[in-house]
Design a protein around this ligand. Sequence first.
Ligand code: IMP
Ligand code: MG
Length: 173
Amino acid sequence: MSEWVTVLTEEQIAAKTAQVAKRISEDYRDEELIVIAILKGAFIFCADLVRQLTLEKVKVDFLRAASYGSGTTSSEEVKLIKDIDIDIKGKHVLIVEDIVDTGLTLSFLVEHMRLRKPRSVRICTMIDKKERRQTDVTVDYACHTVSEGFLIGYGLDYAEDYRNLPSLYHLKQ
Ligand code: IMP
Ligand code: MG
């Protein structure tokens, strides 16, 4: 039997997302921002985040990367399954992730973005999970930090299930 422990409730997620959106809106005031959501996990967080940005010019695109198989351990291999369509040359880019774990996905994606010569690339994540970090990737905005554990809900899956849950849970097996 697995046990579910609440990490953040719907209300806590909303409050933290609003705080981060405010910081981003201040940091990019009067600038155009290209938000790139990393599918699939970031789809809900990104949808909530962009609606709280008070910037005038926000473009949204999607990229799909996969680094995990169907379980809870990293395959340590990042594959690009769908690339962005928007031209990011000379633009401010904000990559939006659900959770940063080893950091391997983001290191790969930041390099991938830099090849297109954006003006800047920053990272925003719902959850910064620090314990297994293997790269020196900088997380610029994080709603919440955890040390360890496998989380589900609010976009995060376990073998493709539970993405639809409005709260975030730690799945203890
Ligand atoms: P990283 O490359 O190890 O940083 O892994 C990043 C990706 O792995 C995330 O975008 C998630 O899709 C997935 N992932 C990492 N930790 C978890 C978790 O606790 N629950 C669900 N997915 C996770
Ligand atoms: Mg992901």
